[in-house]
Design a protein around this ligand. Structure first.
Ligand SMILES: Nc1nc2c(ncn2[C@@H]2O[C@H](COP(=O)(O)OP(=O)(O)OP(=O)(O)O)[C@@H](O)[C@H]2O)c(=O)[nH]1
Ligand SMILES: [Mg+2]
Length: 440
């Protein structure tokens, strides 16, 4: 499996981090140093590593702290997000405009172009397209034969004209695709062991002749750092529109996958993950990051972070309450927070609908009715109940299965509560802390 070494190392670093409750700045620094080493060992481009760690560090020492996460978990969350961002953030799809749309496959010898022609053709066919393959690698008869075999396996037409001029073949294939009503033309091209001017010139000529919608650079993920240099050269000459990482099923260290997007600015569109012609997947940076960092951890992190946001909200609410800026909107929020009764019961005890609160006991039916009324209001109405005229109240009553009287009752209680709060707010300014229970 790709990334195994990197994944193991990163997960070990983070395990250490999360085992501690508190982290000093030094702990974080040490951990990030280990992350740096792990990335470099995985053959990630050093400039990418540098930039990556800078971003993580900035965020880690910044104010982005969620109270339900330990500092260690927070660091993992940030690393996960930044790793996703480095690899491009979102999945990048093919952009096919022309009819037939032309996809030109380029890359070094043995990168996986011919195989990809079949894989991509199969994938597009499954999506309802009618692809055709064009054999523009004319230097070895075996190369043409290989594409034909791939086409046979995937039941795709293959256009070839033997060992002719690849530029002419590409052009003719385009014409044939129009006649054959093929809406996608996938052009297989020759590779070289190293980038040379002759190869580049030929690819430039094919590009000029067929004006591809996509020029996909196929890079062998196993070649690590070299793959990034290759990508740079190809991009400089041809302006590639996307990258396909092939052989991600192999024992690759992962450096190419992580660096290539950052270095070239070109999105990774697919991952080729095996020798079978169905072994192709759209590339999802977030899933890849989660795979590297350990999926389970990441998922639970997000849940926990969410819980922390709710807690912060509760604290904010209490502050507003003290300042008498509490609105029906906050009131509705407080219902959503019922799970956090521990911190909320003081507040709820003072609110309409919560008036039958005894200890932690709540009148569920009254609460349900109150909530239904609140939900039937628009956010604007909740922020500013003064705009509630008779017709609005009628609408709210109908929406919540209550009566206008019940809506009025809720509003009256809410006003009374605000009045009382104002007084207690004033009192708490004079040194009283906490809220006494409301007697209604
Ligand atoms: N394990 C694995 N092998 C792959 C993958 N993609 C291609 N290969 C193998 O890599 C070898 C080279 O693949 P080709 O598709 O012929 O590569 P190419 O870029 O067309 O090579 P040239 O035409 O010589 O430039 C073949 O043996 C493929 O089976 C992949 O995703 N995983
Ligand atoms: Mg080939």
């Amino acid at each position: 499996m790709a990334f195994e070494g990197l994944a193991d190392k990163l997960q070990a670093v983070f395990k250490k981090l999360t085992q501690r409750g508190r982290l000093s700045e030094k702990d974080v620094k040490d951990a990030l140093r280990e992350v740096r080493l792990a990335l470099l060992e995985a053959d990630v481009n050093f400039l990418v590593v540098k930039d990556f760690l800078k971003k993580v560090q900035e965020r880690a020492v910044g104010q982005e702290v969620l109270s339900a996460l330990t500092p260690g978990q927070m660091v993992i969350k940030i690393v996960n997000e930044e790793l996703t961002a480095v690899m491009g953030g979102k999945n990048a799809r093919l952009e096919l405009q022309q009819r037939p749309a032309v996809i030109m496959l380029v890359g070094l010898q043995g990168a996986g172009k011919t195989t990809l022609a079949g894989k991509l053709g199969g994938l597009l066919k499954k999506q309802g397209k009618k692809p055709m393959l064009a054999a523009c690698d004319v230097y070895r008869p075996a190369a043409i034969r290989q594409l034909q075999l791939v086409g046979e396996k995937m039941e795709l037409p293959v256009f070839e004209q033997g060992q002719g001029d690849p530029v002419q073949i590409a052009k003719e294939a385009q014409r044939q695709a129009i006649i054959g009503l093929n809406d996608v033309l996938i052009v297989d091209t020759a590779g070289r062991l190293h980038i040379d001017d002759e190869l580049m010139q030929e690819l430039e000529n094919i590009k000029a002749a067929v004006k591809p919608d996509e020029i996909l650079l196929v890079v062998d993920a196993m070649t690590g750092q070299d793959a990034v240099n290759v990508a740079k050269s190809f991009d400089e000459r041809l302006g590639v529109t996307g990258v396909v990482l092939s052989k991600l099923d192999g024992d690759t260290r992962g450096g190419a996958a992580i660096s290539i997007r950052a270095v070239t600015g070109k999105p990774i569109k697919f991952a080729s993950v095996g020798e079978k012609l169905t072994d192709i997947e759209p590339f999802y940076p977030d899933r890849m990051a989660s795979r590297i960092l350990g999926m389970g951890d990441v998922l639970s992190l997000i849940e926990k972070a969410q819980a922390a946001v709710d807690e912060n909200k509760a604290a904010e609410m209490e502050k507003r309450l003290r300042k008498n800026q509490f609105t029906l909107e906050d009131f509705l929020d407080s219902f959503e927070q019922m799970k956090n009764m521990g911190s909320m019961d003081e507040i709820l005890a003072m609110l309409p609908g919560g008036n039958k609160l005894q200890g932690a006991q709540i009148d569920e039916k009254a609460m349900g009715r109150t909530k239904a009324i609140l939900l039937s209001m628009t956010p604007r109405e909740r922020r500013n109940p003064r705009i509630l005229d008779f017709s609005r109240k009628k609408r709210i009553a109908a929406g919540s299965g209550t009566s206008v009287q019940q809506v009025n009752q809720l509003l009256r209680q809410f006003e009374q509560t605000q009045q009382l709060m104002k007084r207690f707010g004033a009192m708490s300014k004079h040194g009283r802390r906490g809220f006494p229970r409301m007697p209604f």
